[in-house]
Design a protein around this ligand. Structure first.
Ligand SMILES: Nc1ncnc2c1ncn2[C@@H]1O[C@H](COP(=O)(O)OP(=O)(O)OP(=O)(O)O)[C@@H](O)[C@H]1O
Ligand SMILES: [Mg+2]
Length: 620
């Protein structure tokens, strides 16, 4: 039976702005930032270079063959040279095919490797960030950056460069051929060329803004979907399906509008470019016919001239398109860069100690703490000491700062003032990894991975043997129910352990803490999620787990709190009472009042530690 106030404010908020825009970066900054990820593969990029250089040259030659056919076969009606021309044509086409294959294969390989390394390193960087980062960021947006944004950058850093080079070379070859055939005609035709460059520039800004908005919206779409599905039970119980759909549609609509904005710009651009193409084509035909009549140009030359000219607009337009797709990629890059710039608020000092063996003496000395971006202290001037093997119970109303003490002890954050020590070492002088090795944690909601029971227990110590796992499960009173599962220890528990009951999950978590065999134990209301009976069942395994370890426990359970060596009563982040159970009861302060209040209702097993509130409800 529990006796506690359970009124926490609404956590589920759904503002219109789920994901903020990332700070803008220049193209140059983006390139220097992401090039290092491609650098290991630069030799393969060099390898693609000959392909990029040769492919447009082959095209140039193929078009030239057309002139030869017209001038040597068609106009004189002479079948003689046909065969060698045809043979060259087929040969060049085969060569172009082979080169295209090699180029595409290498480019995909390098691009894939680039994405692989960037994505893995970004993930590993995120793993190293402090907890507050994850508390601040919508999960769906993080996933969207890790997946689609990473892929978008590749087109900027790698394929973008390759394509640009290929376009430029094609332009150079074709323009060269034009000049070679008839330089005056070439000059006439190239008059409009600058238009192809300057017109797209004008649209680039619109497209870049639209691209940013699209990336941001795509993060929001993932966030809404993730939040909605992971709270499916809440959504259905409160009949909020339609509201969730509206929220989802709203973000999609934003994405759609941004998409239309860039489409408008692109769609306007395309006819403008075509118009310029038509104008210069007509000018060439006009001038070309005149030259033909004057005998300064052969028919074949005029025809291939027009072909080269037509072929020229493709790559020019391609360059324009590339610049807009680079803006899309750069919007993605900005979102990745924002994450890369996040620094963990907790890190190892260069001379940090890696404590091999800890006794488990914990001291808080005048510790004050304020969460980042929070106006007031969560803890103020907290001092206490827990000797090795002893148990300290934390008691106090909701929001008093109990869980915050745990977060500081695990060094998810460093205190704003004061010091926390383990075996006399300030936590800031210890390596974060080494510190956490000595601590086992059990939380209100038992966290499990979608893996087998065995893997979930071994999470506490990955090199544990099967024997040790079974022993831990037995000590946690979990062996029996595990043996009854369809595949025993090999049963997969489902995401968040949905296929297990709350009590079963908690006993697996106890087994995990057991196998970690750490000198320090942190228990944050380990029985509060359970019904009285299952709560009672985990008490015995909990006691076994606690014996011989320094334990700090937040609990509303009479048994565990009363057995504690000392009890710390917190209120609004300050210690207001401290002492053993009997002391505190006789002292007649806050603790005694809470204790009496609960005893009135339920003398058997629980006390209120969350304080009496106006809406206090007691479980039957
Ligand atoms: N990540 C955070 N960022 C900002 N403020 C926070 C954060 N986490 C907790 N707080 C604030 O710090 C205070 C202490 O919170 P804490 O979680 O330690 O309370 P608690 O005693 O564990 O409460 P409960 O019994 O409800 O679990 C609260 O006022 C809370 O709003
Ligand atoms: Mg808490």
């Amino acid at each position: 039976m529990t006796c506690r106030q359970t009124s926490t404010g609404p956590r589920h908020t759904s503002g219109p702005h789920i994901v903020e825009s990332a700070p803008p970066l220049s193209l140059r900054e983006i390139f220097t930032r992401f090039w290092p990820y491609a650098k290991p593969y630069r030799w393969f990029l060099w390898l693609t270079l000959p392909f990029i250089v040769v492919a447009p040259a082959i095209d140039t030659a193929r078009i030239w063959l057309f002139k030869v056919i017209v001038d040597e076969v068609l106009v004189p009606r002479d079948f003689g040279p046909f065969w060698w021309i045809a043979l060259s044509y087929v040969g060049l086409t085969l060569l172009a095919g082979a080169i295209g294959y090699g180029d595409r294969y290498l480019a995909s390989w390098v691009g894939g490797k680039f994405i692989l390394s960037l994505r893995t390193r970004l993930f590993s960087h995120l793993q190293g960030l402090s907890l507050d980062f994850f508390e601040r960021r919508p999960l769906g947006d993080m996933i969207s950056r890790l997946t689609s944004d990473v892929a978008a950058i590749e087109s900027f850093v790698l394929s973008g460069i390759g394509d640009a080079l290929a376009y430029i070379l094609r332009i150079v070859y074709f323009a060269g051929a034009l000049l070679y055939i008839q330089w005056e005609l070439a000059l006439v035709s190239l008059i409009v060329a600058p238009l192809f460059w300057f017109v797209p520039q004008h649209f680039a800004r619109v497209i870049r803004r639209a691209s940013r908005e699209r990336r941001r919206r795509s993060g929001s779409i993932s966030s809404v979907a993730e939040e909605s599905f992971s709270n499916a039970a809440l959504v259905q119980a409160y009949n909020r399906q339609d509201a969730e759909t509206d929220r989802f549609e709203r973000e999609n609509l934003g994405n759609f509008e941004a998409h239309m904005m860039s489409t408008r710009a692109r769609a306007l651009l395309s006819p403008l470019v075509s118009l310029a193409g038509v104008i210069s084509g007509l000018m060439v035909i006009g001038a070309g016919v005149w030259m033909l009549s004057k005998g300064r140009l052969s028919l074949g030359e005029l025809l291939v001239f027009l072909t080269y000219l037509g072929g020229l607009y493709g790559p020019i337009r391609g360059l324009g398109r590339l610049s807009t797709s680079i803006y899309a990629a750069s919007a993605a890059a900005e979102r990745i860069a924002e994450f890369q710039d996040e620094k963990p608020s907790v890190y190892d000092r260069p001379d940090a100690l890696s404590l091999r063996h800890a006794h488990g003496l914990i001291e808080f000395e005048n510790v004050s703490f304020r969460y980042p971006h929070s106006p007031q202290n969560a803890l103020t001037d907290v001092t206490f000491r827990v000797e090795p093997g002893e148990t300290l119970a934390l008691v106090g109303p909701s929001g008093a700062g109990k869980s915050t003490i745990f977060k500081l002890l695990l060094r998810f954050y460093d205190p704003t003032a004061g010091a926390i020590r383990l075996d006399g070492h300030d936590l800031r002088n210890l390596r974060v990894h080494a510190l956490r090795e000595h601590i086992a944690v059990l939380l209100q909601e038992a966290l499990v991975f979608d893996a087998t029971v065995r893997e979930n227990i071994a999470y506490g110590r990955p090199n544990a043997t099967d024997d040790e796992i079974v022993r831990a499960a037995k000590a946690a009173d979990a062996h029996e129910f595990i043996a009854g599962l369809p595949n025993g220890y090999e049963t997969v528990v489902g995401q968040k352990g949905r296929r297990l009951s709350g009590g079963q999950r908690q006993r697996i978590a106890i087994a995990r803490a057991m196998i970690r065999d750490a000198p320090i134990l942190i228990l944050d209301e380990p029985t509060s999620d359970l019904d009285p009976e299952s709560g009672h069942r985990v008490l015995e395994p909990l006691r076994r787990l606690m014996s011989g370890r320094t334990t700090i426990i937040i609990s509303h359970n009479l048994m565990t709190v009363r057995e504690a060596t000392a009890i710390l009563v917190l209120k609004e982040g300050r210690v207001i009472e401290e002492g053993a159970h009997a002391d505190l009861v006789t002292r007649g302060g806050t603790y005694a009042a809470l204790y009496r209040l609960c005893q009135d209702h339920d003398a058997a097993s629980t006390i209120p530690v969350s304080g009496p509130g106006p809406h206090q409800k007691l479980a039957p």
